[in-house]
Ligand binder design. Sequence first.
Ligand SMILES: Nc1ncnc2c1ncn2[C@@H]1O[C@H](COP(=O)(O)OP(=O)(O)OP(=O)(O)O)[C@@H](O)[C@H]1O
Ligand SMILES: [Mg+2]
Length: 260
Amino acid sequence: MNYECGCDPKLKIHCENVSKTFIQKGNQQVPVIRDVSLDVMENEFLVVCGPGQCGKSTLLKIIAGLEIPDTGFVTLDGQPITGPGPDRGMVFQSYMLFAWKTVRDNVELGLKLRNIPANERHEIAQHYINMVGLQGFENHYPHQLSGGMKQRVGIARAYANAPTVMLLDEPFGQLDAQTRMFMQKETARIWEQEKRTVIFVTNNIDEALFLADRIVLMEGKLPGTVKTEYVVDLPRPRDHISEALLRLRKEITDNTELVL
Ligand SMILES: Nc1ncnc2c1ncn2[C@@H]1O[C@H](COP(=O)(O)OP(=O)(O)OP(=O)(O)O)[C@@H](O)[C@H]1O
Ligand SMILES: [Mg+2]
């Protein structure tokens, strides 16, 4: 793992035996995740990888405090998570931008809600707009942006609130293959530049291998459970087709039901 100080990694997030059942139409109970236990270290880039509908978003929403687990608990810096907080920035599967707000206003939103003065707000927003490479597009509206650009706005907005944890839920799922690869490189670059604890959800093993310090694999059938973990101890920036990466890819695919 990639720790600058060389000291012992600090536990950032701890999930213990987290389970969640949803009640769906006709009062049907759908157990979605069961007994998920997970530790995430400070500044670690953890990727949760699993096929469609195995409870990945549900797990992330529980860590975000947007869903409450039926059993088990989650702590952040040792404190139980009881709801959403500015310490966690979330980037959703869909872009979730306000169509009537400009790029700048979308990025400033959380800062405005926290009554940060306008000057300071602009400065912070500009820093993150630059970081995601959207300088020059500050006054554009979402409909004037490509998918990749919209997702950058979402990432800048999450960073602008200075969270210590970034929760990204399949952020590049809607992008074409080329833009997706570009955004993966950008994500790795931004993470190197401004280290945070990251939990990144994907169903794509190549994306996981490119980004992760560690990959947690979830089982395909509901309720989702954590199956296996893999440490990706490979130098960055990663090469999608390096021999070591492909060897690990084979090890993972031999051991999983993911359609890869
Ligand atoms: N609020 C909810 N109420 C009822 N059922 C829900 C709710 N949220 C999720 N589910 C159900 O939980 C299951 C898992 O959903 P979840 O979104 O966590 O999976 P996922 O792994 O993120 O899927 P995907 O890869 O498609 O994004 C699905 O069957 C879904 O219908
Ligand atoms: Mg999902």
